[in-house]
Design a protein around this ligand. Structure first.
Ligand code: BJW
Ligand code: ZN
Length: 293
Protein backbone atom coordinates (compact mmCIF):
# COMPACT_ATOMS: atom_id res chain seq x y z
CA UNK A 1 0.00 0.00 0.00
CA UNK A 2 1.67 3.29 -1.06
CA UNK A 3 1.64 5.82 1.74
CA UNK A 4 0.39 9.33 1.06
CA UNK A 5 1.36 12.80 2.20
CA UNK A 6 2.04 13.75 5.80
CA UNK A 7 0.28 16.42 7.83
CA UNK A 8 2.82 16.36 10.62
CA UNK A 9 3.93 19.87 11.55
CA UNK A 10 7.14 18.70 13.28
CA UNK A 11 8.16 16.57 10.31
CA UNK A 12 7.51 19.54 8.01
CA UNK A 13 9.58 21.74 10.33
CA UNK A 14 12.54 19.37 9.93
CA UNK A 15 12.26 19.48 6.13
CA UNK A 16 12.04 23.28 6.15
CA UNK A 17 15.01 23.58 8.49
CA UNK A 18 17.19 21.41 6.25
CA UNK A 19 16.06 23.28 3.11
CA UNK A 20 18.14 25.85 1.29
CA UNK A 21 16.03 26.62 -1.79
CA UNK A 22 12.29 26.88 -1.39
CA UNK A 23 9.42 28.22 -3.50
CA UNK A 24 5.92 29.26 -2.55
CA UNK A 25 3.24 29.44 -5.25
CA UNK A 26 0.35 31.50 -3.91
CA UNK A 27 -3.18 32.20 -5.07
CA UNK A 28 -6.39 33.91 -4.03
CA UNK A 29 -6.90 31.63 -1.01
CA UNK A 30 -3.98 33.38 0.72
CA UNK A 31 -6.02 36.59 0.78
CA UNK A 32 -9.39 34.94 1.47
CA UNK A 33 -9.25 35.51 5.21
CA UNK A 34 -8.47 39.19 4.52
CA UNK A 35 -11.96 39.29 3.02
CA UNK A 36 -11.09 39.19 -0.70
CA UNK A 37 -13.00 36.94 -3.08
CA UNK A 38 -11.42 33.98 -4.85
CA UNK A 39 -11.87 33.47 -8.60
CA UNK A 40 -13.37 30.04 -8.74
CA UNK A 41 -16.06 28.69 -6.47
CA UNK A 42 -18.46 30.67 -4.34
CA UNK A 43 -16.67 34.04 -4.41
CA UNK A 44 -16.01 34.14 -8.13
CA UNK A 45 -19.03 36.10 -9.32
CA UNK A 46 -19.47 39.84 -9.82
CA UNK A 47 -22.79 41.20 -11.10
CA UNK A 48 -23.63 37.77 -12.48
CA UNK A 49 -20.43 37.77 -14.53
CA UNK A 50 -17.97 34.96 -13.97
CA UNK A 51 -14.78 36.76 -12.92
CA UNK A 52 -12.71 34.88 -15.51
CA UNK A 53 -14.87 36.18 -18.41
CA UNK A 54 -14.03 39.78 -17.49
CA UNK A 55 -10.30 39.15 -17.22
CA UNK A 56 -9.62 39.21 -20.97
CA UNK A 57 -8.55 41.84 -23.52
CA UNK A 58 -11.65 40.91 -25.55
CA UNK A 59 -13.96 41.81 -22.65
CA UNK A 60 -12.16 45.14 -22.29
CA UNK A 61 -12.52 45.87 -26.00
CA UNK A 62 -16.22 45.00 -25.89
CA UNK A 63 -17.15 47.00 -22.79
CA UNK A 64 -14.20 48.76 -21.12
CA UNK A 65 -16.53 50.52 -18.68
CA UNK A 66 -17.89 47.22 -17.36
CA UNK A 67 -14.41 45.74 -17.01
CA UNK A 68 -13.17 48.92 -15.30
CA UNK A 69 -16.05 48.84 -12.79
CA UNK A 70 -15.11 45.27 -11.92
CA UNK A 71 -11.48 46.34 -11.33
CA UNK A 72 -12.48 49.54 -9.55
CA UNK A 73 -14.48 47.39 -7.14
CA UNK A 74 -11.51 45.01 -6.69
CA UNK A 75 -9.06 47.93 -6.11
CA UNK A 76 -11.41 49.42 -3.54
CA UNK A 77 -11.88 46.10 -1.71
CA UNK A 78 -8.14 45.38 -1.73
CA UNK A 79 -7.34 48.82 -0.29
CA UNK A 80 -9.88 48.31 2.46
CA UNK A 81 -8.44 44.89 3.32
CA UNK A 82 -5.32 44.27 5.41
CA UNK A 83 -2.62 41.63 5.02
CA UNK A 84 -3.28 38.58 7.22
CA UNK A 85 -1.05 36.32 9.33
CA UNK A 86 -0.35 34.17 6.26
CA UNK A 87 1.18 37.08 4.33
CA UNK A 88 3.27 38.00 7.39
CA UNK A 89 4.47 34.41 7.93
CA UNK A 90 5.81 34.37 4.34
CA UNK A 91 7.57 37.70 4.98
CA UNK A 92 9.25 36.31 8.12
CA UNK A 93 10.43 33.18 6.30
CA UNK A 94 11.81 35.35 3.47
CA UNK A 95 13.91 37.30 5.95
CA UNK A 96 15.28 34.10 7.53
CA UNK A 97 15.92 32.25 4.28
CA UNK A 98 17.61 34.07 1.39
CA UNK A 99 16.92 31.06 -0.87
CA UNK A 100 13.16 31.37 -0.45
CA UNK A 101 11.09 33.14 -3.09
CA UNK A 102 7.34 33.62 -3.31
CA UNK A 103 5.61 33.43 -6.68
CA UNK A 104 2.22 35.04 -6.29
CA UNK A 105 -0.66 35.06 -8.71
CA UNK A 106 -2.39 37.65 -6.53
CA UNK A 107 -2.81 41.20 -7.76
CA UNK A 108 -4.19 42.65 -4.51
CA UNK A 109 -0.98 44.24 -3.19
CA UNK A 110 -1.35 42.63 0.26
CA UNK A 111 2.10 40.96 0.25
CA UNK A 112 3.69 44.30 -0.68
CA UNK A 113 1.77 46.00 2.12
CA UNK A 114 3.05 43.31 4.54
CA UNK A 115 6.57 44.51 3.54
CA UNK A 116 7.52 41.34 1.73
CA UNK A 117 11.16 41.76 0.61
CA UNK A 118 10.73 42.81 -3.01
CA UNK A 119 13.55 40.67 -4.51
CA UNK A 120 11.88 37.61 -2.99
CA UNK A 121 8.38 38.37 -4.32
CA UNK A 122 7.56 37.62 -7.96
CA UNK A 123 4.26 39.07 -9.18
CA UNK A 124 3.24 36.62 -11.88
CA UNK A 125 -0.06 38.34 -12.74
CA UNK A 126 0.85 42.00 -12.17
CA UNK A 127 -0.93 44.37 -9.80
CA UNK A 128 -4.26 46.18 -9.53
CA UNK A 129 -2.21 49.24 -8.57
CA UNK A 130 -0.12 49.40 -11.71
CA UNK A 131 -1.93 51.33 -14.41
CA UNK A 132 -1.04 50.71 -18.04
CA UNK A 133 -2.16 51.97 -21.45
CA UNK A 134 -4.18 49.55 -23.59
CA UNK A 135 -2.43 50.91 -26.72
CA UNK A 136 1.11 52.03 -25.91
CA UNK A 137 3.84 51.11 -23.41
CA UNK A 138 2.89 53.70 -20.76
CA UNK A 139 2.97 52.29 -17.20
CA UNK A 140 2.45 53.96 -13.86
CA UNK A 141 3.32 51.89 -10.79
CA UNK A 142 1.86 52.07 -7.27
CA UNK A 143 -1.16 54.19 -8.07
CA UNK A 144 -3.39 53.80 -5.00
CA UNK A 145 -5.98 56.39 -6.05
CA UNK A 146 -9.44 55.14 -5.11
CA UNK A 147 -11.28 55.66 -7.31
CA UNK A 148 -8.72 56.00 -10.10
CA UNK A 149 -11.09 58.48 -11.73
CA UNK A 150 -14.35 59.99 -10.42
CA UNK A 151 -16.33 58.10 -13.06
CA UNK A 152 -15.15 54.84 -11.50
CA UNK A 153 -16.31 55.70 -7.98
CA UNK A 154 -18.17 52.69 -6.73
CA UNK A 155 -20.87 54.94 -5.29
CA UNK A 156 -21.37 56.77 -8.58
CA UNK A 157 -24.52 56.10 -10.64
CA UNK A 158 -22.58 53.39 -12.45
CA UNK A 159 -21.74 51.84 -9.12
CA UNK A 160 -21.23 48.50 -7.58
CA UNK A 161 -24.52 48.22 -5.71
CA UNK A 162 -25.58 45.39 -8.00
CA UNK A 163 -22.64 43.34 -6.79
CA UNK A 164 -24.26 42.62 -3.45
CA UNK A 165 -26.67 39.79 -2.94
CA UNK A 166 -29.01 42.26 -1.17
CA UNK A 167 -29.70 43.97 -4.49
CA UNK A 168 -33.29 44.02 -5.60
CA UNK A 169 -34.21 41.46 -8.20
CA UNK A 170 -35.66 44.26 -10.37
CA UNK A 171 -32.38 46.16 -10.42
CA UNK A 172 -30.44 43.02 -11.26
CA UNK A 173 -32.89 42.11 -14.03
CA UNK A 174 -32.58 45.61 -15.52
CA UNK A 175 -28.81 45.31 -15.51
CA UNK A 176 -28.87 41.92 -17.19
CA UNK A 177 -31.26 43.09 -19.92
CA UNK A 178 -29.26 42.71 -23.15
CA UNK A 179 -30.64 46.11 -24.21
CA UNK A 180 -28.72 47.73 -21.35
CA UNK A 181 -26.17 50.11 -22.88
CA UNK A 182 -22.47 50.05 -21.98
CA UNK A 183 -22.06 51.05 -18.36
CA UNK A 184 -19.79 54.00 -19.14
CA UNK A 185 -19.05 55.52 -22.56
CA UNK A 186 -15.41 54.76 -23.47
CA UNK A 187 -14.80 58.50 -24.11
CA UNK A 188 -15.57 59.14 -20.43
CA UNK A 189 -13.01 56.61 -19.14
CA UNK A 190 -9.48 57.69 -18.14
CA UNK A 191 -7.08 57.98 -21.09
CA UNK A 192 -3.32 57.58 -21.40
CA UNK A 193 -1.37 60.77 -20.57
CA UNK A 194 1.35 59.68 -23.01
CA UNK A 195 -0.33 58.72 -26.30
CA UNK A 196 -3.64 60.50 -25.41
CA UNK A 197 -5.72 58.07 -27.48
CA UNK A 198 -5.37 54.79 -25.59
CA UNK A 199 -7.58 53.83 -22.66
CA UNK A 200 -5.88 53.23 -19.35
CA UNK A 201 -6.27 49.70 -17.96
CA UNK A 202 -5.24 47.82 -14.82
CA UNK A 203 -1.71 46.36 -14.98
CA UNK A 204 -2.84 42.78 -14.46
CA UNK A 205 -2.27 39.81 -16.78
CA UNK A 206 -5.43 38.82 -18.58
CA UNK A 207 -6.09 35.44 -20.25
CA UNK A 208 -4.22 35.24 -23.53
CA UNK A 209 -1.62 37.81 -22.43
CA UNK A 210 2.03 37.11 -21.72
CA UNK A 211 3.25 37.16 -18.13
CA UNK A 212 5.84 39.90 -17.39
CA UNK A 213 9.02 38.82 -19.20
CA UNK A 214 11.45 40.10 -16.55
CA UNK A 215 9.58 38.25 -13.79
CA UNK A 216 9.55 35.00 -15.79
CA UNK A 217 13.29 35.40 -16.38
CA UNK A 218 13.98 35.90 -12.67
CA UNK A 219 12.00 32.78 -11.76
CA UNK A 220 13.77 30.81 -14.50
CA UNK A 221 17.14 31.92 -13.14
CA UNK A 222 16.19 30.66 -9.67
CA UNK A 223 15.05 27.31 -11.08
CA UNK A 224 18.23 26.92 -13.13
CA UNK A 225 20.48 27.60 -10.13
CA UNK A 226 20.16 24.08 -8.71
CA UNK A 227 18.03 21.60 -6.84
CA UNK A 228 14.88 22.84 -5.11
CA UNK A 229 14.03 21.35 -1.72
CA UNK A 230 10.39 22.31 -1.39
CA UNK A 231 7.48 24.05 -3.12
CA UNK A 232 4.55 25.20 -0.99
CA UNK A 233 1.34 25.52 -2.99
CA UNK A 234 -0.85 27.92 -1.05
CA UNK A 235 -4.49 28.82 -1.67
CA UNK A 236 -4.56 28.20 -5.39
CA UNK A 237 -6.49 25.79 -7.60
CA UNK A 238 -3.30 25.61 -9.72
CA UNK A 239 -5.38 25.58 -12.89
CA UNK A 240 -4.00 28.67 -14.64
CA UNK A 241 -0.83 28.36 -16.73
CA UNK A 242 2.06 29.03 -16.85
CA UNK A 243 1.86 29.67 -13.06
CA UNK A 244 0.54 26.16 -12.28
CA UNK A 245 3.40 24.65 -14.29
CA UNK A 246 5.91 25.70 -11.63
CA UNK A 247 4.76 22.80 -9.45
CA UNK A 248 5.97 20.23 -11.98
CA UNK A 249 9.14 22.23 -12.67
CA UNK A 250 10.02 22.36 -8.97
CA UNK A 251 9.30 18.63 -8.67
CA UNK A 252 11.64 17.97 -11.58
CA UNK A 253 14.32 19.76 -9.51
CA UNK A 254 13.71 17.38 -6.62
CA UNK A 255 11.21 19.44 -4.64
CA UNK A 256 8.76 17.98 -2.18
CA UNK A 257 5.29 19.52 -2.40
CA UNK A 258 3.40 21.00 0.56
CA UNK A 259 -0.19 21.85 -0.21
CA UNK A 260 -1.95 24.44 1.95
CA UNK A 261 -5.59 24.74 0.94
CA UNK A 262 -9.03 25.01 2.48
CA UNK A 263 -10.16 22.22 0.18
CA UNK A 264 -7.76 19.32 -0.28
CA UNK A 265 -9.87 17.98 -3.13
CA UNK A 266 -8.42 20.82 -5.23
CA UNK A 267 -5.30 19.26 -6.67
CA UNK A 268 -5.19 21.10 -10.03
CA UNK A 269 -1.80 20.79 -11.67
CA UNK A 270 -0.37 19.23 -8.53
CA UNK A 271 -1.37 15.74 -9.50
CA UNK A 272 -1.19 13.33 -6.63
CA UNK A 273 0.64 13.94 -3.38
CA UNK A 274 3.14 11.22 -2.55
CA UNK A 275 5.16 10.00 0.38
CA UNK A 276 7.45 12.86 1.40
CA UNK A 277 4.88 15.46 0.38
CA UNK A 278 2.69 17.36 2.84
CA UNK A 279 -0.95 18.27 3.03
CA UNK A 280 -2.28 20.95 5.37
CA UNK A 281 -6.00 21.41 4.95
CA UNK A 282 -7.52 24.65 6.25
CA UNK A 283 -7.17 28.42 6.24
CA UNK A 284 -3.77 29.60 4.98
CA UNK A 285 -3.88 32.52 7.42
CA UNK A 286 -4.03 30.05 10.30
CA UNK A 287 -1.80 27.27 8.94
CA UNK A 288 1.16 29.27 7.60
CA UNK A 289 2.10 30.86 10.96
CA UNK A 290 1.92 27.38 12.52
CA UNK A 291 4.05 25.53 9.99
CA UNK A 292 6.58 28.28 9.19
CA UNK A 293 7.49 29.37 12.72
C1 BJW B 1 -8.17 28.77 0.43
C2 BJW B 1 -8.82 29.61 1.33
C3 BJW B 1 -8.19 29.84 2.57
C4 BJW B 1 -10.02 29.48 -0.47
N1 BJW B 1 -7.02 29.26 2.82
N2 BJW B 1 -7.02 28.19 0.72
C5 BJW B 1 -1.61 25.38 -20.93
C6 BJW B 1 -2.71 24.57 -20.92
C7 BJW B 1 -3.99 25.08 -21.09
C8 BJW B 1 -4.19 26.46 -21.22
C9 BJW B 1 -3.10 27.27 -21.21
C10 BJW B 1 -1.83 26.74 -21.08
N3 BJW B 1 -0.94 27.77 -21.10
C11 BJW B 1 -1.63 28.92 -21.21
C12 BJW B 1 -2.96 28.66 -21.30
C13 BJW B 1 -4.05 29.66 -21.43
C14 BJW B 1 -4.38 30.32 -20.12
C15 BJW B 1 -4.77 29.27 -19.09
O1 BJW B 1 -4.03 28.92 -18.20
N4 BJW B 1 -5.97 28.77 -19.13
C16 BJW B 1 -6.42 27.78 -18.13
C17 BJW B 1 -7.67 28.31 -17.44
C18 BJW B 1 -6.54 26.43 -18.75
N5 BJW B 1 -3.26 31.12 -19.63
C19 BJW B 1 -3.03 32.34 -20.06
O2 BJW B 1 -3.74 32.86 -20.90
C20 BJW B 1 -1.84 33.07 -19.47
N6 BJW B 1 -1.06 33.65 -20.51
C21 BJW B 1 -0.27 32.93 -21.29
O3 BJW B 1 -0.14 31.75 -21.17
O4 BJW B 1 0.37 33.67 -22.29
C22 BJW B 1 1.02 32.96 -23.34
C23 BJW B 1 -0.05 32.48 -24.27
C24 BJW B 1 -0.89 33.38 -24.87
C25 BJW B 1 -1.88 32.96 -25.75
C26 BJW B 1 -2.05 31.60 -25.97
C27 BJW B 1 -1.22 30.68 -25.33
C28 BJW B 1 -0.22 31.13 -24.48
C29 BJW B 1 -2.30 34.24 -18.62
C30 BJW B 1 -3.06 33.84 -17.41
C31 BJW B 1 -3.50 35.07 -16.63
C32 BJW B 1 -4.50 34.75 -15.54
N7 BJW B 1 -5.03 35.94 -15.04
C33 BJW B 1 -5.97 35.92 -13.92
C34 BJW B 1 -6.65 37.29 -13.83
C35 BJW B 1 -5.70 38.35 -13.29
C36 BJW B 1 -6.36 39.68 -13.19
C37 BJW B 1 -7.42 39.69 -12.13
O5 BJW B 1 -7.12 39.50 -10.96
O6 BJW B 1 -8.57 39.91 -12.49
O7 BJW B 1 -5.30 35.61 -12.70
S1 BJW B 1 -7.17 34.60 -14.02
C38 BJW B 1 -7.28 34.31 -12.30
O8 BJW B 1 -6.85 32.95 -12.00
C39 BJW B 1 -6.24 35.25 -11.67
C40 BJW B 1 -5.59 34.34 -10.66
O9 BJW B 1 -4.30 34.82 -10.33
C41 BJW B 1 -5.58 33.02 -11.36
C42 BJW B 1 -5.40 31.84 -10.44
O10 BJW B 1 -6.49 31.71 -9.56
P1 BJW B 1 -6.23 31.23 -8.08
O11 BJW B 1 -5.42 32.22 -7.36
O12 BJW B 1 -5.74 29.84 -8.08
O13 BJW B 1 -7.70 31.34 -7.44
P2 BJW B 1 -8.87 30.25 -7.43
O14 BJW B 1 -10.11 30.97 -7.09
O15 BJW B 1 -8.84 29.42 -8.65
O16 BJW B 1 -8.45 29.29 -6.22
C43 BJW B 1 -8.52 29.68 -4.87
C44 BJW B 1 -8.08 28.49 -4.02
O17 BJW B 1 -7.96 28.91 -2.68
C45 BJW B 1 -9.05 27.29 -4.03
O18 BJW B 1 -8.28 26.11 -4.22
C46 BJW B 1 -9.66 27.30 -2.64
O19 BJW B 1 -9.93 26.00 -2.16
C47 BJW B 1 -8.55 27.94 -1.84
N8 BJW B 1 -8.96 28.67 -0.62
N9 BJW B 1 -10.00 30.01 0.81
C48 BJW B 1 -6.47 28.42 1.94
N10 BJW B 1 -8.78 30.65 3.54
ZN1 ZN C 1 -0.82 55.22 -24.35
Amino acid sequence: VPSGPSSDVEEFGRLLKSSKRVLALCGAGLSASSGLDTFRGAGGMWRNHQAATLATPEAFERDPGLVWLFYSYRRHKALQASPNAGHYALVELSKKMPGFITLTQNVDGLSQRANHPREQLKLLHGSLFDIKCFNCTYVQQNNYDDPLDPILAIDSPSDDRLATSKTSIAARAAYLDPATPPTIAPADLPHCPSCKTGLLRPGVVWFGEELPADTLREVQTFIDQGPIDLIMVIGTTATVYPAAGYVARARAKGAKVALVNMDAGELGAIGSLNKGDFLFEGDAAKILPEILK
